[in-house]
Unconditional design. Structure first.
Length: 170
């Protein structure tokens, strides 16, 4: 099967934070950000696989910075690694300073999507060839994140998570 670059799946969604999307502190609701990230990740997974894709797991979310009402929020999603039918999507969230236009990293997340056929059965996806140093680092760590996710979901025995175990024994 053909290979693809992470940049081919790059998806950038930019939108404002409106009053109906905030909590009592006037910051963006976590659930609203999760939905925006899921949409961007879904498009990235579709661009990579050119198939129907479904969210299999939210592997990691870090709400490091509150995002105030009125902010311009950019969600960037890219496939960091693909396996057989699953794809790890790395998401970076940026907020833009109104006056300078400079971007600050607010949050990040890692989702797993699976490509499926019309009956919902997993299908094979193209492999990824990382290009930049960041893409290579994310690619290299993706297998242990997949194993951790599978172990936590009860779909893999801890003993079988060789890449993950190597983190603690090396
Ligand atoms: C995701 C889904 C297709 C997986 O189906 P399944 O029967 O478990 O299929 P498999 O066991 O063959 O797994 C398919 C792939 O998903 C991966 N996967 C499954 N659960 C995973 C998890 N929790 N974390 C990471 N990867 C996971 C498997 O490792 C496998 O990857 P690979 O083919 O690249 O090796 C199925 O569970 C599903 O349709 N879930 C609902 C999805 C959905 O509706 N999402 C929206 C949220 S409401």
């Amino acid at each position: 099967m053909q290979t693809k670059f992470p940049s081919e799946s790059l998806t950038v969604l930019t939108d404002l934070v409106l009053p109906s999307e905030t909590n009592p502190l006037n910051n963006l609701f976590g659930g609203e950000l999760l939905a925006r990230m899921d949409r961007a990740a879904s498009i990235a997974a579709r661009r990579h696989s050119r198939r129907i894709t479904v969210t299999a797991s939210v592997n990691h979310v870090a709400f490091n910075r509150a995002i105030p009402l009125g902010s311009v929020v950019t969600v960037e999603a890219k496939v960091s690694r693909s396996f057989k039918s699953s794809m790890e999507i790395y998401i970076d969230v940026w907020i833009e300073d109104r006056e300078s236009g400079s971007k600050t990293k607010a949050n990040e997340a890692i989702y797993t999507f699976v490509a499926v056929d019309e009956t919902g059965r997993p299908v094979e996806v193209p492999q990824i060839v990382p290009q930049t140093d960041e893409e290579k680092a994310r690619f290299d760590a993706a297998l242990r994140r997949k194993q951790l996710s599978l172990v936590l979901a009860g779909k893999m025995k801890p003993d079988e998570a060789t890449e993950l175990k190597a983190l603690f024994t090396s």
